[in-house]
Design a binder for this molecule. Structure first.
Ligand code: BG6
Ligand code: MG
Length: 215
């Protein structure tokens, strides 16, 4: 039996549903560039870095730009995204998340964030969750995007734990792969058909107990 001493949480899609705001901002950019972007196409952007997301969007619209223009487009999308998430409050924390974090704290299990987002701090502040985390690894601290394990390995290191002592919570396929590559247990949040590589898959955190992190 593995004794889990640390939990590493992805942010978008695990703690809060920010995918809808990412979608609104990317859709707005697509529309400005003269093409439509559907919610189904947006699925491909989950867990993916900002610049890679832009590349996928531009592939959909069949558009090509030089690197400088691409940076400006990503910047524009981010300004709109930040406008949306600035209005977020604690009511947007996904059901059961706060209780589960409190249960971990009470049980002396360490907690880290492991997110690709460079906006993680703003979101955690608006959700008033920053103080729940013993370590925060976000898109500003890593150079390699998921499925590279860097973000989770850094999390374990900051918690002073070995990868084998940690479990990752992830909603994206690339994130599940990153956790596996880090040699960690991984619990998928969402559908088992998409997250089939995870050790367990749950719909959400409501009514979850410490049994969840026993393997
Ligand atoms: C991930 C999201 O958490 O962060 C992606 O799932 C997003 O959709 C990525 O592109 C980067 O986020 P940001 O906030 O730095 O643009
Ligand atoms: Mg996610």
């Amino acid at each position: 039996m593995t004794h889990i001493k640390g939990c590493i949480f992805d942010l978008d899609g695990v703690i809060v549903d920010t995918a809808k705001y990412h979608y609104l901002a990317w859709k707005r950019l697509a529309s400005e560039l003269g093409f439509n972007f559907t919610e189904k196409q947006n699925e491909k952007l989950k867990g993916v870095s900002r610049m890679r997301s832009l590349d996928i969007l531009l592939e959909v619209g069949n558009k090509n730009f030089d690197d400088d223009t691409k940076l400006k487009l990503a910047d524009k999308k981010n300004k709109w995204y930040v406008e949306y998430i600035s209005k977020m409050d604690t009511s947007e924390i996904l059901p059961g998340v706060k209780d589960f974090l409190m249960l971990l704290k009470k049980s002396n299990i360490k907690i880290s964030l492991g997110s690709a987002s460079k906006n993680s701090m703003l979101i955690l502040e608006n959700l008033k969750l920053k103080d729940c985390f013993d370590s925060i690894i976000d898109g500003n601290k890593v150079s390699k995007a998921k499925p590279d394990p860097e973000v989770f390995l850094l999390g374990a290191k900051e918690l002073n734990l070995s990868p084998e002592e940690c479990v990752v919570f992830e909603d994206a396929e690339a994130g599940v792969q990153a956790a596996k590559a880090a040699n960690m247990k991984v619990i998928g949040i969402g559908s088992s058909s998409i997250l089939h590589e995870a050790d367990k898959v749950i719909k959400g955190f409501e009514n979850q107990t410490l049994e969840l992190i026993q393997f």
